[in-house]
Design a protein around this ligand. Structure first.
Ligand code: ADP
Ligand code: MG
Length: 695
C-alpha cells in the first residue's frame, strides 16, 4: 500500500490536469487525492414529479423519458430535449457538449435527471445543463448522497470541478480494492466498533446512506487523531529519554539580577514558570516548553530570567520575534538589563545594515555576544554561534514548523533548549493535540495594579460620541490607537479605508499630532512612526494590525478598532492587549457596521463581557474552527483532513488515551498485533518529512 499511496497523481490523469491538481490543491499523490474528502454531500432524495415542481425549489431529481432531441442553431446554439415523467413535461437545455449528449441519450430508456428548474413566464419549465444518469431498476435510489469537492476556478475550467474530481476518486477507488491495507489492528476495530479502512474510503466518497457515511467519517477521524497523537507522544518520548550532555544549573547571575535589578515583584504564575524552566534546564534533558499567558501577563521578563540561567552557565541565548517592531522592543528592554549585568547583546533583523551584520555575526561566532535578539533573520544559514544553549521563540504560532526546525541546526554539538511563548492562549483540546510533544506552562494572572480594560461596542452612528471620548482622553494626556483591518483578499479596498480613516481623524483633531503605520511602509518609516508614538510625539496612531503583537506604550489608554466585525475574537483580544499596560483605566472601542451577522454579534458581546483570554480562545475555537484560529493549517504540523478539533473532542480523547496506552505498553510497536500500527507509523514519518525532528 505504501508505494500505492505515494504514487504520483499523474499516473491517474492527464499530466496537465495532474499539474493543476498539484498547483491548485496541493494534491500530489494518490493519498492526497483520497484524502481530499468531500466538504458536503448533496442529498438527492429530493425526488419530484414535474407537475409538483414549484418555482422556489432548489435542485431536484426527476425520473422519466426523453421524447425529443433537437439541435437549434439559430440564435444561441443549443440542444433541447423534451423530458416527460407522466405528470408533465420539462425542457432540458445544453449549450455545449452536444455531440457527446446526442450519442449518449437513447429513446425509451428511463433516465434520472438532476438540476435546478427554471420557470419561464409563459409557464414552460426548463432545466439547464442537468445531470443525467440511467435510472436502474424501478426506483433507482442508489446514489442519494452526492459528494461535493472543493475546487478552484482554474480547476473548474479544466473539467476538474466537483464532478471531475468525483470521477477521479471513482477511478482511484476502483484500483484501491485489493491493495488497501488495514492500519488499525483487528482488536481495536472491534473494541471501538470501527469499519475497515477500505470500507471507510469507499463510503466517505460515495456513501449509499447517511449511516454508512457516519461510520466512514468516524473511522477516518479516529484514525487521523490516533496517529497524530501517536506521533506527537512518540516524539516527546524520544526527546525526554535522550540525555542532553548539557546541564544549565548556575543561578548566580539570575540571583544578582533578581535581587538588585528586577523592577517589580514577580507574580505567582511568573515564579512558578521560572521554577519549571529551571527544572528543565538543569535536568540534563532538553527542554521543549510552551509558555502561554494572556497579553500583558509578563512573559518577557520570564524569558529574560531564564536566559540568565543559561548565560550564567556559559552558553549563548537567542530570542526570535515575529516582527521587526517586536524584536526591537525586546532588544531595547533587554539592553537596559544587559548593561546592568555587563552582558553583550545585539539585534539582528532583515534591515540590519550589512557592515553591522558582519560585525554581529563575527561576535556571535566567537562567543563575544551573550544575547542575540532578532526576527527570522536569525535562522539564515550564515548565522552561527559559538555555543547556542537556549532558543526562545516569542509569539510562536506565527512561525512555521520549518522555521522552528531551522534553529536546530544552530548547534552541532547538542540541541539547544527551546522555550516558545504565546499570548494566544490555547484551548485545552488544541494544547493536547497540537502541542502533544511540548510541556506546558501557563501564567493565569496579570501583574497586580492593572485595571481591567473597559470594552464597548458602538455602531457607526455613534462616531461623534466616540470622537468626543477620544478628545477627553487626549486632554488627560493619554494616547490613542485606531486600528483598521487589513485582510489579504481586499488589500486595495482596506488600504483606501485606512487612508480615508486617517484623513477623517486628522480633520476631526486638527490640533493633535497623528501618526500612521501600515504594512506598505518600509521598515525604517514604520519604525520612525512607532518611535514617535512611543515618545509621545504623536498622540493618535492610525494603524493596521502591524501593531497587533507586542507593542508596549503604557500611556496609550484607548484602542479603537474599526470594522471590528472583520476580526476574529483572538485577534480582537490581542489588539485590546495593546492598552491597559499602565496604571490608568484603559478602554477598547469596537466600531462595527449595522449589518452584523450572528457570529459577529456574538464576538462583540464576548469582547464586551470578558477580558479573559482563555475564555475567548475557547469560544473562538467554537466559532471559527482551529485552523483559522491559529494559522495551524499552514503550519503543516497539524494537517488534519477530516477531524475537527472544535467538534470531535470526544473522539480525540479516546484516540489520545489509546495512543498513550500503546506507547506505554509497547513503545516500539513490537507486539505482533501492533504490526499494522508499526507499518503505518513508519509510513507517516516518511511522508511527513521534517517536522517530527522539531520536538
Ligand atoms: P506579555 O506576556 O504580553 O509579553 P510583557 O512581558 O510585555 O507581557 O509585559 C507587559 C508589561 O508588564 C511590561 O511593561 C512588563 O514590564 C510589565 N510586567 C511584567 N511582569 C510584571 C510584574 N510582575 N509586575 C508588574 N509589571 C510587570
Ligand atoms: Mg510579549
Amino acid at each position: 500500500m505504501d508505494s500505492f499511496f505515494s504514487r504520483d497523481i499523474g499516473l491517474l490523469t492527464e499530466l496537465d490536469k495532474a499539474q493543476l491538481l498539484k498547483d491548485e490543491l496541493g494534491i500530489h499523490t494518490y493519498e492526497d487525492l483520497l484524502k481530499h474528502y468531500p466538504f458536503r454531500y448533496e442529498d438527492r432524495n429530493n425526488q419530484f414529479t414535474i407537475a409538483a415542481l414549484i418555482p422556489t425549489t432548489s435542485s431536484v431529481q426527476l425520473q422519466g423519458y426523453i421524447k425529443r432531441l433537437q439541435r437549434i442553431d439559430k440564435g444561441k446554439k443549443r440542444l433541447v430535449a423534451l423530458f416527460e415523467d407522466g405528470t408533465g413535461q420539462i425542457e432540458l437545455i445544453w449549450f455545449h457538449n452536444f455531440s457527446w449528449i446526442i450519442k449518449k441519450i437513447k429513446p425509451n430508456v428511463r433516465y434520472r435527471i438532476w438540476g435546478k428548474p427554471l420557470f419561464l413566464p409563459q409557464g414552460q419549465k426548463q432545466l439547464i445543463h442537468p445531470e443525467i444518469t440511467l435510472a436502474i431498476g424501478n426506483q433507482g435510489n442508489t446514489i442519494n448522497l452526492v459528494p461535493l469537492y472543493h475546487s478552484t476556478e482554474k480547476l473548474k475550467r479544466n473539467q476538474l470541478d466537483t464532478k471531475g474530481i468525483a470521477f477521479l476518486q471513482k477511478k482511484l477507488l476502483s484500483q484501491l480494492g485489493a491493495i488497501v491495507e488495514e492500519t488499525l489492528p483487528d482488536y481495536l476495530l472491534t473494541r471501538y466498533q470501527l469499519v475497515s479502512l477500505k470500507e471507510a474510503f469507499g463510503n466517505i466518497h460515495f456513501p449509499s446512506s447517511q449511516t454508512v457515511l457516519n461510520q466512514a467519517q468516524r473511522r477516518l477521524k479516529f484514525e487521523e487523531l490516533f496517529y497524530t497523537q501517536l506521533k506527537l507522544l512518540k516524539v516527546r518520548q524520544v526527546r525526554v529519554e535522550k540525555q542532553n550532555d548539557k546541564i544549565f544549573n548556575k543561578v548566580e547571575l539570575l540571583n544578582v539580577f533578581y535581587h538588585n535589578h528586577l523592577p517589580f515583584n514577580l507574580t505567582n504564575g511568573q515564579k512558578k514558570t521560572i521554577r519549571e524552566i529551571y527544572r528543565d534546564l538543569s535536568s540534563g534533558k532538553r527542554m521543549n516548553r510552551l509558555l502561554q499567558g494572556d497579553v500583558g501577563s509578563g512573559k518577557t521578563i520570564v524569558a529574560f530570567l531564564a536566559m540568565l540561567i543559561v548565560i550564567g552557565s556559559k552558553a549563548q541565548v537567542a530570542i526570535m520575534a515575529p516582527t521587526e517592531i517586536l524584536a526591537k522592543q525586546h532588544f531595547e528592554r533587554f539592553h537596559v538589563f544587559a548593561r546592568q549585568l555587563g552582558l553583550n547583546i545585539a539585534l539582528l533583523t532583515g534591515s540590519t545594515k550589512k557592515k553591522e551584520r558582519v560585525h554581529i555575526l563575527y561576535r556571535l561566532k566567537v562567543g563575544l555576544l551573550h544575547i542575540i535578539v532578532g526576527t527570522h533573520a536569525l535562522l539564515s544559514d550564515d548565522v552561527s554561534f559559538n555555543e547556542l544553549g537556549f532558543f526562545i521563540i516569542d509569539e510562536q504560532h506565527r512561525f512555521g514548523v520549518a522555521q522552528r526546525a531551522g534553529l536546530l541546526t544552530k548547534n552541532q554539538v547538542y540541541a539547544p533548549h527551546i522555550l516558545t511563548m504565546t499570548a494566544t492562549p490555547i484551548p485545552r483540546t488544541l494544547a493536547m493535540t497540537f502541542y502533544g510533544d511540548l510541556d506546558l506552562s501557563t501564567i493565569y494572572e496579570l501583574p497586580s495594579g492593572r485595571q481591567p480594560i473597559k470594552t464597548q461596542h458602538y455602531y457607526e452612528n455613534a462616531r461623534l460620541k466616540v470622537f468626543q471620548f477620544i478628545r477627553e482622553q487626549l486632554i488627560l494626556g493619554r494616547q490613542i490607537y485606531i486600528v483598521y483591518p487589513l485582510i489579504e483578499a481586499s488589500v486595495a479596498l482596506d488600504y483606501s479605508n485606512l487612508m480615508a480613516g486617517y484623513t477623517s481623524v486628522c480633520r476631526a483633531f486638527p490640533d493633535v499630532p497623528v501618526g500612521i503605520v501600515h504594512g506598505k511602509m518600509d521598515s525604517a518609516a514604520k519604525d520612525m512612526e512607532m518611535k514617535r508614538f512611543e515618545k509621545n510625539e504623536t498622540h493618535i496612531l492610525v494603524a493596521t494590525t502591524v501593531i497587533e503583537v507586542g507593542v508596549n506604550v503604557p500611556n496609550a489608554t484607548v484602542m479603537v478598532i474599526e470594522s471590528a466585525e472583520r476580526f476574529g475574537l483572538s485577534q480582537l483580544h490581542q489588539l485590546r492587549g495593546r492598552v491597559g499596560r499602565g496604571s490608568a483605566q484603559s478602554y477598547c472601542i469596537l466600531m462595527t457596521d449595522y449589518r452584523l451577522n450572528k457570529a459577529g454579534k456574538k464576538r462583540m458581546e464576548t469582547m464586551v463581557k470578558t477580558n479573559n483570554g482563555f475564555e475567548i480562545a475557547e469560544l473562538d475555537l467554537k466559532l471559527r474552527g482551529p485552523g483559522d484560529l491559529m494559522g495551524l493549517q499552514q503550519s503543516g504540523t497539524l494537517n488534519l483532513k477530516i477531524a475537527d478539533l472544535s467538534k470531535d473532542t470526544a473522539i480525540l480523547e479516546v484516540a489520545r488515551k489509546l495512543a498513550k496506552n500503546i506507547i506505554q505498553q509497547d513503545p516500539d510497536f513490537q507486539h505482533p498485533a501492533h504490526l499494522p500500527i508499526y507499518k503505518e507509523y513508519v509510513r507517516l514519518l516518511t511522508v511527513a518529512g521534517d517536522w517530527n525532528r522539531v520536538g
